[in-house]
Design a protein around this ligand. Structure first.
Ligand code: SF4
Length: 694
């Protein structure tokens, strides 16, 4: 750092990796970005950062970036580099041609939670106002869509209830299906600081994650549940709270529907939901579970933080509902130190959902069947809005295989790597007649593309990201787009090539349109963000300074709603051929499919995915550390090295999904959440055996 000296200038912007949303100063000498320094006034990170954010600029400057558009008639032909005009008119005429031949519903889009709010708003507008259908979905489908459903049903809105500062007032923190040390490192630091001050911790996770025991920290209780039994564990926690009379009767009377609570109380009181009755199913020691329930209900301010270990299950939505029930029954909602907080994986997954990326919702979570809302958008956009919900990602792929879905515009998303059951994804993509991939790199999905539109990195654009605490942070242009255009401009060019006639000249105009159409954003403007740094939605007439904490005087839906959470076992079963359960997750230095982090200095850490296996399971199979293994499921098989680890429970193995060589999703199944189709990545029956390597 000393060698770099004082930079000539700096630009404050926001990290484009995880949902913490750290603010950085990008420091430049001339046009050269020399380092990223965590910004001490950033409200989400307060001067801290993790290794991913510090080195993120590496991928923006990487030689693998594709900077010129490319087209080809069919996927067995080589790519042909062309100018932007030619690529866009090729894409536009193909998409229009498909609609003429196969109907208006035959094409759609997948938006990216990596892009800005403004870009995402434009992509869903392209779908609704130009394609004329609602076939827009987002990568949130495969991560936090159950959060949208579960918190929407119980509280009335799909968002974390607290800001990150709130954890400093927590007395008890329950972390369910999340590993913040690796997934959300800066939040993890704040949580650990609070734990060192004396707050108590409950960890619900199949692995002994770092939080269970690390330097100066030890969880009070660890519930190492069998993957797939979240609902049974959460219901058993509620059973203890209800049967031991630990619920907050006053809160429930004032803030919830008592009749619904009574029905829920009768359900959870049933002896079949007791810790003892569920122990065989969940693998959790009944006494530990009892003590955890008592601690959460009576230990003061109780906060719940959860991650994809909750949502990516066939009952992901049910678990989210169960978590919401726990917080309501104990009165842990609506003040500092409490609440229910999904730890969002991607930088703008909250914003992507807010901006109307789902096929059934217009911006601001308003259903497309709502005629009043459709009329509002029809007036602003100048076209009627289709009243029927569109296709979700898995439905698009199914319809493609069946021959009715023919064209896809996929922005900033490598679905061949990130979505479950890779073979099915490949079959769906191969059956389409026009796949447009819009990305920084020639990713795996691009093998099936007919048009490649080079994307711009987060350093090359203006806009906003919304982090896990609903905080709208500014993204500022640090350098000119290496590909020639920011992503919002590319979407506009494609829309105009299809006859839209849009005239945005800067993302601030897009934000003004969002504010004019979306009540929870009606007070948001770039002028406000410049003045106050960042703001948490809802930001409107009622909350001109934003809303750090939700549901203070009442729930967004009025009364909080208790919903019965019946456990239903997943269809994915272990058996003699596949006796182990595979679950997946992340590691600190890498991010998702690794397209960015593998092209930064982070690549020196964690250069490959490995399979963590308990010593007992390893010994049974003659496996030693670093041996090559074959990992096989009913869906497929892959090869990776062994890491023998006491972190694992017997019968459960674990891997990350950061490297394309591993193709972890060749293994995963196509089972999904009953309400949202979020894939069940976290439970796959597998067998592990020694192998000679790839
Ligand atoms: Fe912050 Fe997350 Fe970026 Fe790390 S990856 S710097 S925790 S926003």
């Amino acid at each position: 750092i000393a060698e770099l000296g004082t930079p000539e200038r700096s630009v404050i912007t926001t990290c484009a990796y995880c949902g913490v949303g750290c603010s950085f100063k990008a420091e430049l000498n001339g046009d050269e970005l020399v380092r990223m320094v965590p910004y001490k006034h950033g409200k989400a990170n307060r001067g801290h950062s993790c290794v991913k954010g510090r080195f993120a600029y590496g991928y923006a400057n990487h030689g693998d970036r594709i900077l010129k558009p490319m087209i080809r008639d069919s996927i067995d032909q080589p790519w042909q580099e062309v100018e932007w005009d030619e690529a866009l008119s090729f894409a536009a005429s193909r998409m229009r041609g498909l609609q003429e031949k196969y109907g208006q519903q035959s094409i759609g889009v997948i938006t990216s939670s990596r892009c800005t709010n403004e870009e995402t708003y434009l992509v869903q507008k392209l779908t609704r106002a130009v394609f004329g259908n609602n076939n827009t979905d987002t990568c949130a489908r495969v991560c936090h869509s159950p959060t949208g459903y579960g918190l929407g049903q119980t509280y009335g809105t799909s968002a974390g209830t607290q800001d990150f500062d709130s954890v400093e007032q927590s007395d008890v923190v329950m972390v369910i299906g999340a590993n913040p040390t690796d997934g959300h490192p800066v939040f993890a630091s704040r949580l650990k600081k609070r734990l060192r001050q004396g707050a108590k911790l409950i960890v619900v996770d199949p692995r002994r994650i770092d939080l269970v025991k690390s330097a100066h920290i030890a969880a009070e209780h660890h519930l190492p549940l069998r993957p797939g039994t979240n609902v049974a564990v959460v219901t058993a926690l509620a059973h203890v709270i209800v049967t031991e009379g630990l619920y907050d009767e006053t809160f429930i009377h004032e803030r919830c529907d008592w009749a619904e609570f009574k029905e829920y109380m009768e359900f959870v009181s049933d002896p079949r939901h007791s810790p003892e009755a569920t122990a065989l199913l969940t693998g959790v020691d009944p006494q530990t579970l009892r003590e955890a329930a008592r601690l959460y209900a009576t230990g003061g301010n109780g906060a719940i933080y959860y991650g994809l270990g909750v949502t990516e299950h066939s009952q992901g939505s049910t678990t989210v509902i169960g978590i919401a029930n726990l917080a309501m029954m104990t009165g842990n909602i609506g003040r500092e130190g409490v609440g229910v907080n999904p730890l969002r994986g991607q930088n703008n997954v909250q914003g992507s959902c807010d901006m109307g990326s789902f096929p059934h919702e217009l911006p601001g979570y308003r259903h497309v069947k709502n005629a009043e809302v459709r009329d509002l958008f029809a007036e602003v956009w100048g076209v009627p809005i289709d009243p029927e919900p569109g296709l979700r990602i898995p439905n698009m792929l199914d319809a493609a295989v069946e021959g009715t879905f023919k064209g896809l515009y996929c922005q900033g998303e490598d679905i061949l790597q990130s979505d479950p059951d890779t073979k099915h994804v490949a079959a769906g993509l191969a059956a389409m007649e026009c796949v447009i991939v819009h990305d920084l790199f020639l990713n795996e999905t691009a093998n099936y593309a007919h048009v490649f539109l080079p994307g711009s990195s987060f350093l090359e654009k203006d806009g906003t990201f919304t982090n896990a605490e609903r905080r709208i942070n500014r993204v500022r242009k640090v350098m000119a787009p290496r590909n020639g255009y920011a992503d919002w401009e590319i979407t506009q060019l494609l829309a105009n090539a299809m006859g839209a006639g849009w005239h945005y000249t800067h993302p601030t105009q897009i934000m003004d349109e969002i504010a004019a159409t979306t009540p929870s954003f009606s007070g948001v403007s770039y002028e406000l963000l410049e003045r106050v740094g960042s703001v948490q939605w809802p930001c409107n007439e009622d909350h001109p300074d934003g809303t750090p904490m939700m549901h203070v005087d009442g729930f967004m839906r009025g009364k909080g709603k208790f919903i019965v959470t019946e456990y239903v076992a997943t269809d994915e079963k272990t058996g003699p051929r596949f006796p182990l359960l595979l679950t997946t997750g992340r590691i600190l230095s890498q991010y998702n499919v690794g397209a960015q982090t593998r092209r930064t200095d982070n690549s020196v850490w964690h250069p490959e995915d490995v399979l963590e296996i308990h010593p007992h399971d390893a010994e049974l199979r003659g496996i030693k550390d670093n041996d090559w293994l074959k990992l096989a499921s009913r869906s497929g098989e892959t090869t990776l090295r062994a890491k023998i680890s006491e972190r694992m429970s017997p019968g459960v193995v674990y891997t990350t999904f950061h490297h394309p060589d591993t193709q972890a999703n060749v293994i995963t199944t196509d089972y999904s959440d009953w309400a949202t189709n979020c894939p069940e990545y976290k439970v796959t029956a597998v067998q592990v055996s020694l192998s000679n390597g790839p």
